[in-house]
Design a protein around this ligand. Structure first.
Ligand SMILES: [Zn+2]
Length: 458
């Protein structure tokens, strides 16, 4: 599939590792299914996701400035229920999830009319490998909802798709995945105040940056509920994955200047993460396409991945293939015989489960795999038609070695690959001028990291 031209390229050239030592050990099988990931994918339940969404809708509104005292109505009741669900599931699954409220007071702003407590519900599954547990992957959905008037804190705002769908997917992933152990740490997060300006996610991302947390990847799931477009056409065979290339910056950072200078606009850390999600998601979820959209988000819209992008982290957004705008951000009503509003009957629960499975497969492979290699460089001191790459050694004890991947400059996904062994240098008889390269770290079970794009070594 993704590596279809590998055979051609590899057959036409005897590709050797640059190391002076003997030929590399046999490559780990990177195409095999990890049995625990197959189990996770199988165990994600559309019925539980539906029950979660209907419960979230039952709180009438989850507007960020809605009631916090009632046990049955408003955002306070909703977040206490979400926390209790994480805890209930955790008690059944060995108790390794750390479940917490993450709250702060947001001052008055454009969409906040009085100082308001914004509370995220965060469930952390700590990594179990010393060399990897500081590496963190975050998956989120926003549990707040809204009406036509974004300041209406009392009207019925079911938010069944936007974004009980993403919230329920995250809760289901936490429940199923916390039965298993991963090398790296997973953070399952349901956030508030997305509709009031991405405030919950921005607070968490800013704390992470200040604590210098190693957030190696973040996905938001926002509007993943429906497979039906506004004309009634159903497409439950794909999900959109929005991935930013170069960030908008007043002044380009050194890293982004290097990307531009070397034609690496399509090799940002978010694009590398998206390639990984596409490969692993499509491997584990049959007959389902991860449609990588090479832009930050849809026109006129934004989401909780943006505060992470703005702080330099790799971050992606999952969204259904074609949104029906009659069923989001609207008061529930009938107009000219058309039912309008974000009600649970417009969701497709089997579809949400498929998107959750793609997320879970990608998170599991990331958290089982080594870190993406660091300080990857391409030698450019000499005019030559080979490509010589060097990188810093990884520290994971289960590392098997490294794989060099490449693609034509007009291709979106990797087309060729070569396992080069446990070395920190490789030479390939392919021109650095004609291909894009990346280096991945591979563990003994065949788990591959996302690729790292090489910067010039002069
Ligand atoms: Zn949303």
């Amino acid at each position: 599939m993704a590596y279809s031209t590998l055979a051609l390229l590899a057959a036409s050239a005897a590709i050797a590792a640059g190391s002076a030592s003997a030929a590399p050990a046999a490559a780990p099988d990177t195409a095999r299914h990890q049995p625990e990931i197959d189990k996770i994918v199988r165990n994600i339940s559309p019925q539980r996701i539906e029950a979660t969404i209907r419960k979230l809708v039952s709180f009438q509104t989850r507007h960020t400035m809605s009631d916090t005292e009632s046990d049955t109505v408003g955002i306070g009741a909703a977040r206490r229920w979400i926390k209790s669900e994480f805890e209930r599931c955790n008690a059944q699954n060995g108790g390794r999830l750390q479940v917490q409220f993450d709250g702060h007071i947001a001052p008055v702003s454009r969409r906040i009319s009085r100082p308001t407590e914004i509370v995220n519900v965060v469930a952390t599954l700590p990594g179990t490998q010393d060399a990897s547990k500081e590496r963190i992957y975050v998956v989120s959905g926003h549990y707040d909802s809204r009406n036509t008037d974004v300041m209406d804190a009392t009207g019925f705002a079911p938010g069944a798709n936007d974004d009980a769908s993403g919230t329920a997917a995250v809760m289901e992933m936490a429940c199923v995945m916390s039965r298993y152990k991963f090398d790296a740490t997973l953070v399952f997060m349901t956030v508030a105040a997305e509709e009031q300006g991405l405030l919950g996610a921005a607070h968490w991302a800013e704390q992470a940056k200040q604590k210098k947390l190693n957030i190696a990847g973040m996905f938001t799931n926002d509007i993943i509920g429906s497979s039906r477009d506004e004309h009634g056409k159903v497409d439950d065979k794909q999900v959109r994955l929005f991935a930013e290339g170069l960030p908008v910056e007043k002044e380009a950072s050194e890293a982004n200047r290097t990307l531009i200078q070397t034609g690496g606009e399509n090799d940002s850390i978010s694009r590398q993460l998206a390639r990984h999600v596409k490969e692993q998601g499509e491997r584990y979820v049959k007959d389902f396409k991860v449609n990588v959209i090479q832009r930050r988000d849809r026109y006129l819209r934004g989401g909780d991945h943006m505060p992470f992008l703005e702080r330099g982290y790799a971050a992606l957004r999952f969204t259904e293939p074609a949104e029906d705008f009659n069923h989001q951000h609207q008061n529930v009503r009938t107009e000219n015989g058309v039912l309008i509003g974000d009600m649970p009957e417009y969701n497709d629960y089997n579809y949400i489960a498929k998107v959750a499975r793609v997320n879970a497969a990608a998170l599991a492979t990331l958290a089982l795999a080594p870190a993406a290699p660091q300080q990857v460089q391409v030698r450019t001191a000499q005019l030559e038609n080979d490509t010589a790459l060097v990188w810093k050694a990884n520290s994971e004890p289960d590392l098997a070695g490294y794989r060099v991947v490449w693609r034509a400059t007009d291709a979106a996904v990797w087309q060729g690959s070569k396992f080069v062994g446990n070395v920190t240098e490789a030479r390939l008889p392919l021109s650095k001028d004609n291909y894009y390269f990346g280096v991945q770290a591979i563990d003994k079970d065949g788990n591959a990291s996302p690729a790292t794009y090489p910067v010039p070594l002069r």
